[in-house]
Design a binder for this molecule. Structure first.
Ligand SMILES: [Zn+2]
Length: 209
């Protein structure tokens, strides 16, 4: 083991290691690897290869040499907070997490900033208009090949309205958050981190996750 790797191991996985269930270094998740068969540039076949310029095996095109890098996608979420200090969660109307609670969010589009995405997703999924504030946290989820960012957000307008993505939209007091019904590990950690940040009194009474 080289020094850099040994240092990384000794440092632990960081706060976002809480939100993932699998060990590092396992390569592309199988559900994603199964979709990566052909070169997007020329249509040739992709195969894992050890290349002299790369420090790990990469998917490369046998015909044109194109390297298909596989990286996580960014999911942008917001924790909308009302003037009364409640947080707005929605009960999801679609999979994954159908029927469970989460903060609004979704994949970052290629032509918008993360702040724009947080405002857009919150409006699409709840009807509320928010001002984006502090970053509550960043959370890796290796099995899903995503990184989730959670912003605190202030509700400044709009009208809550249910829609196919949100069966219910509820503003919860921090001591009434439905912890047993949270949809994703990343949501659980983001909401816990928000409570820890803004309501340490409530956080102190929470059971360990
Ligand atoms: Zn190719």
């Amino acid at each position: 083991m080289d020094d850099a790797l040994a240092f990384r191991r000794a440092s632990g996985r960081g706060p976002d290691g809480r939100s993932t269930e699998i060990e590092p270094g396992r390569g592309t998740p199988s559900w994603l690897a199964g979709t990566l068969n052909y070169c997007t540039r020329c249509g040739g076949g992709l195969a894992l290869e050890a290349l002299p310029t790369e420090d790990r095996e990469r998917l490369a095109c046998s015909a044109c040499g194109y390297i298909a890098y596989v990286n996580p996608r960014l999911v942008v979420t917001a924790i909308p907070v009302t003037d009364a200090g409640e947080i707005v969660l929605l009960r999801r109307g679609i999979e994954p997490g159908l029927g469970s609670w989460a903060q609004p969010g979704g994949f970052l589009e290629v032509d918008e900033t993360v702040t724009e995405a947080a405002i857009r997703e919150t409006h699409e999924e709840t009807g509320l208009l928010v001002e984006i504030g502090e970053i509550v946290g960043l959370y890796s989820r290796l099995e899903a090949a995503i990184v989730v960012i959670a912003f605190e957000a202030r509700v400044v307008g709009g009208v809550a309205r249910t829609n196919p993505e949100a069966l219910e939209i509820v503003a919860f007091r921090p001591d009434q958050i439905p912890w047993d019904g949270i949809a994703f590990r990343t949501s659980l950690w983001a909401i816990r981190d928000w409570v820890k940040l803004r309501r340490p009194d409530v956080f102190a009474s929470l059971a360990p996750p």
